[in-house]
Design a binder for this molecule. Structure first.
Ligand SMILES: *[C@@H]1O[C@H](CO)[C@@H](O)[C@H](O)[C@H]1NC(C)=O
Ligand SMILES: *[C@@H]1O[C@H](CO)[C@@H](O)[C@H](O)[C@H]1NC(C)=O
Ligand SMILES: *[C@@H]1O[C@H](CO)[C@@H](O)[C@H](O)[C@H]1NC(C)=O
Ligand SMILES: *[C@@H]1O[C@H](CO)[C@@H](O)[C@H](O)[C@H]1NC(C)=O
Ligand SMILES: *[C@@H]1O[C@H](CO)[C@@H](O)[C@H](O)[C@H]1NC(C)=O
Ligand SMILES: *[C@@H]1O[C@H](CO)[C@@H](O)[C@H](O)[C@H]1NC(C)=O
Ligand SMILES: *[C@@H]1O[C@H](CO)[C@@H](O)[C@H](O)[C@H]1NC(C)=O
Ligand SMILES: *[C@@H]1O[C@H](CO)[C@@H](O)[C@H](O)[C@H]1NC(C)=O
Length: 410
């Protein structure tokens, strides 16, 4: 349904007139401002466009969101969206440790498998989230388990059982989630990046002071096990990453360590950028920085994935909704135009089911692609326009979220 015709007009659009006071929202330019570019009355059938996106990329492009087993509150709406809008699914919670191994060696994988089956029923692909995380653990963890038992028995058993059960058709697994400290500094070693987080299992419980596993053997155990059983990509997933900063530097140190010390080939690895971000300067990663990071991974042969994107806004008005559209569009473009990015997952499907809620410190929230009634927003149409533009071979756009700079859209 490539109804949108490509106009290459070389227009230069000024993105903003805003003086850049810290929290001031610039009035950005968007692709949907060009009426011949995307007609807002058209259907939002992104799934019909994705084969053309994949054709240009030379690889299947996965555009996804979360699902909770057995049925979302808005079951019909959800089913419709996973038939026409998204082609890829991740379980919100159903594949986490507390859900899958509630008692030691007593696995309950039916909900996690149910999400995979729901994906298959919608001709969608499925990704695994996650096999190791310090959060949302079963009651028996952290528990009174020795470092030796954890590394040699608990982790290998959990990772292998889950990965084997979900099977060959998982595009990628988040093998380890959120190991790296938020207060990491440049020049920390990979081990220091992890120890500095004070999270289980390097301490007996999160924030505790008693050391438990004092090296990265627990991470190697998860990755070595995943490598044995998972034919898909093995992913290190984290938040507040992607910019040129110390935490992102730690990600590079960690994957180098896993490559050297756990023998994980770079071409089997991916780095997941969760991308829980805000439509306010300093709360999202500018496109150029994301692209630099993705390209550095590509040089190693490592994939980049956007794994959990949502984007809160400061106020419920047009200018902020447009800013949301610009930033989300830039993240999508950073992935589309990168040689090593084929999975882009949004976190939670609509504002009424989002984990980000008004009053929780994230502006007015409204952080997903559909509003509280399931209706599309400017960002939804902008995403459709960016996909259509890419599918038709459009050259890369400049970063539309950059407030003051002139921006040649096309
Ligand atoms: C923001 O930009 C759009 C598109 O150029 C324009 O229609 C709108 O009037 C502008 N809004 C403000 C508040 O300047
Ligand atoms: C949901 O879809 C089913 C099957 O198509 C239909 O029978 C049912 O009436 C729908 N429910 C609502 C609330 O639309
Ligand atoms: C993956 O394979 C399993 C086992 O054959 C099946 O139950 C599931 O529906 C499949 N999932 C997808 C997304 O194809
Ligand atoms: C932990 O387990 C060890 C060895 O089984 C035992 O000696 C110790 O008392 C236990 N500690 C707690 C707090 O249960
Ligand atoms: C790493 O930690 C594990 C668990 O405490 C321990 O068994 C192992 O000997 C340590 N490895 C090295 C090289 O120190
Ligand atoms: C410390 O990190 C910075 C930034 O990555 C790098 O330029 C510098 O060479 C590092 N210094 C040492 C001693 O490794
Ligand atoms: C591999 O592990 C050794 C021993 O802990 C460490 O010194 C080295 O830096 C690690 N390799 C990488 C690439 O991080
Ligand atoms: C956002 O603003 C629109 C237009 O004023 C209004 O209809 C809608 O209810 C508001 N949404 C929220 C969540 O406040």
């Amino acid at each position: 349904m490539l109804a949108v015709s490509l106009h290459v007009a070389g227009l230069t659009v000024l993105t903003a007139f805003a003086s850049l006071a810290a929290a001031q929202t610039p009035n950005v330019s968007l692709l949907i401002d060009q009426p011949y570019y995307y007609d807002l009355t058209q259907s939002l059938d992104i799934r019909a466009l994705l084969p053309y996106v994949s054709l240009r990329k030379g690889a299947a492009f996965q555009w996804g969101s979360t699902y909770s087993y057995p049925a979302a509150t808005e079951a019909n709406w959800t089913s419709e969206k996973f038939s026409t809008f998204w082609n890829h699914i991740v379980a919100g919670n159903d594949c986490k440790w507390y859900a899958t191994e509630p008692e030691r060696q007593d696995f309950t994988l039916s909900a996690c498998e149910g999400v995979s089956q729901y994906a298959a029923a919608h001709y969608a692909t499925f990704r695994g989230h996650n096999t190791f995380w310090h959060n949302q653990l079963p009651a028996w963890l952290p528990g009174n388990i020795t470092a030796y038992d954890l590394v040699n028995n608990v982790i290998p058993t959990h990772v292998s059982t889950e990965i084997k059960a979900l099977g060959w058709n998982v595009t990628s697994w988040d093998v380890t989630n959120e190991l790296i400290s938020d207060t990491a500094t440049y020049n920390m070693t990979s081990l220091e990046c992890v120890l500095n987080a004070d999270r289980w299992p390097t301490v007996t419980y999160d924030g505790g002071s008693t050391p438990l596993v004092t090296n990265l053997s627990f991470a190697y155990a998860a990755w070595e096990t995943a490598l044995l059983y998972d034919p898909g990509k093995l992913v290190y997933n984290d938040y507040s990453t992607g910019a040129q900063d110390a935490k992102t530097e730690c990600v590079f140190k960690l994957i180098a360590d896993l490559n050297q010390n756990a023998s994980i080939p770079y071409n089997r690895m991916g780095v997941g950028f969760q991308s829980h971000v805000g439509a306010q300067e300093g709360y999202f990663v500018p496109k150029a920085e994301l692209e630099t990071t993705f390209a550095r991974l590509a040089e190693l042969g490592v994939d980049a994935l956007v794994t959990e994107m949502d984007l809160w806004i400061q106020a419920n008005d047009t200018i902020n909704q447009r800013y949301q559209a610009a930033i989300w569009g830039d993240y999508l473009d950073a992935c589309l135009y990168a040689s090593n990015c084929v999975e882009f997952i949004n976190w939670d499907n609509r504002d009424d089911t989002s984990w980000i809620t008004p009053g929780d410190g994230h502006g007015v929230a409204m952080a997903t692609l559909f509003d509280m009634y399931g209706n599309p927003k400017p960002v939804t149409y902008e995403i459709m326009a960016r996909f259509a533009y890419y599918a038709q071979g459009g050259p890369e756009l400049c970063a539309s979220a950059l407030g003051t700079e002139s921006c040649t859209l096309y």
